[in-house]
Write a protein that binds this ligand. Structure first.
Ligand code: FAS
Ligand code: PHB
Length: 393
């Protein structure tokens, strides 16, 4: 319908937008989702791989946990590796918490299916999406769809439209500050049809650079290696990728099994945080408000924690209590800066920093010392475990 009224208009059908719409639906609050790409595009994106324990609990509570329980891989910890020595950090033994390997693509697949079965209103392939009258009590979203011009009037608009969306830029420049940091390296990631060569994720610092062994299932491995941000994937034939992974992940007596590479891409490493996640009747969730380097596995999980907090605030609002909603922006930002510092620590600890040899060599030995301290201290490992498995909301 060209003109619709709803309570919450959500821009973006990524994990944040779809999960918020589902959480609101679960509470009997209607919403409409507007997405500018196709459903196939939304379903096809291969991104995050690890769910914090809190994320699994949220998805399960909302009835989205069946496939996580059957297909997800519960992990008790990770391996930290430096200079060819591998150490297990067992979160479950240290603090009784775990993480689950379950790809973001699967989370989105579950959400799209649930919304389809429930008959949710999601406009895919919307054009010229714009938000209006954010300071008024009935903000609007306009967009084109199916050859018609649409207007949605809502109580609130939620920007779940990622870093490149339209919602955050709709906040007047004088009312928002963006804090960002670009790292001098990127991740080359591959999916390979080969059983994982490890039971837990391996994060490895090698003198040539970072490498990581993750997975998607018992038959699909996900691996990453540090490259220069200017690298062109065309310079990385599969043989070179495997050779580099073999070098950087090697420890005596362990074999990295190779397989057919089915997907490869290069992702730059950056951090970004907006100074506010709320502006009158607009709220931001997920990548629309913040980005972290993937080293700490926090991007998707931060989107889920924002949504959990915002949904609680909106549900309380419609029950007559505005306390939680009024505190959403500050609370979500406070949690995000704790996530940012952890992601920065993991990234700076595990990557080879470019620069002149002298500085570079000092940094490298300082990083080895840091990893040596962490792997030798149960106190330091408990701190790592608490942050990696997910801080409480
Ligand atoms: P998303 O960007 O996922 O979704 C935003 C949605 O809004 C998209 O569907 C987009 O099409 C839509 N949109 C944009 N503009 C719009 C407009 N104007 N109108 C309507 N819709 C619009 N995180 C990890 O934790 N681990 C990882 O390993 C990891 N790897 C990543 C690799 C890559 C290449 C990238 C880019 C990110 C990675 N991330 C990773 C982070 C990623 O998982 C995000 O945190 C997660 O997708 C955030 O979800 P959303 O906030 O929903 O944003
Ligand atoms: C992944 O499996 O894609 C993954 C896991 C952990 C990370 C980053 C990516 O820190």
């Amino acid at each position: 319908m060209p003109n619709e009224i709803t309570r919450i208009a959500i821009i973006g059908a990524g994990p944040a937008g779809l999960l918020l719409a589902w959480a609101l639906r679960d509470a009997g609050i209607d919403s409409i989702v507007v997405e500018n790409r196709s459903e196939d595009y939304v379903l096809a994106r291969i991104r995050a791989g690890v769910l914090e324990q809190g994320s699994v609990e949220t998805l399960t509570r909302l009835g989205l946990g069946d496939r996580i329980a059957s297909d997800g891989m519960v992990h008790n910890g990770i391996y930290l590796q430096a200079d060819g020595v591998r150490h297990n950090v067992n979160f479950n033994e240290l603090i009784g918490r775990t993480v689950t390997v379950y790809g973001q693509q699967e989370v989105v697949k579950d959400l799209v299916a649930a919304h389809r079965d429930a008959g949710s209103t999601i406009y895919y392939e919307a054009t010229d999406v714009s938000v209006h009258d954010l300071e008024s009590s009935d903000p609007r979203v306009t967009f084109g769809h199916g050859g018609e011009q649409h207007t949605i009037t809502a109580d609130f608009i939620v920007g779940a439209d990622g870093f490149h969306g339209v919602c955050r830029p709709s906040i007047p420049f004088s009312d928002i500050t963006l804090y960002d940091r670009n790292y001098p390296f990127a991740w080359l990631g591959i999916l390979a049809d080969v059983a994982p060569s490890t039971d837990e994720l391996i994060y490895a610092l090698h003198e040539d650079g970072f490498a990581m062994h993750s997975m998607r299932s018992h038959t699909v491995s996900r691996l990453y290696l540090q490259v220069d941000p200017t690298e062109d994937i065309a310079n990385w034939p599969d043989e070179r990728i495997w050779e580099t992974l073999q070098t950087r992940l090697a420890v005596p007596g362990w074999t990295l099994h190779e397989g057919t590479v089915t997907e490869k891409s290069i992702t730059p490493m950056r951090s970004f945080v907006a100074s506010r996640l709320d502006y009158h009747n607009l709220f931001l969730v997920g990548d629309a408000g913040h980005i972290v380097p993937p080293t700490g596995a926090k991007g998707l999980n931060s989107a889920i924690s924002d949504v959990t907090m915002l949904a609680a605030g909106l549900i309380s609002h419609y029950a007559g209590d505005d306390g939680l909603l009024s505190r959403y922006g500050a609370a979500a930002l406070a949690r995000q800066w704790k996530v940012q510092q952890f992601s920065q620590w993991m990234t700076e600890t595990l990557h080879r920093h470019p620069g002149d040899l002298q500085t570079n060599e000092f940094d490298y030995r300082s990083q080895l010392g840091r990893i040596d301290y962490v792997t030798g201290s149960l106190h330091a490992q408990r701190s790592l475990a608490e942050q990696y498995t997910g801080l409480p909301l």
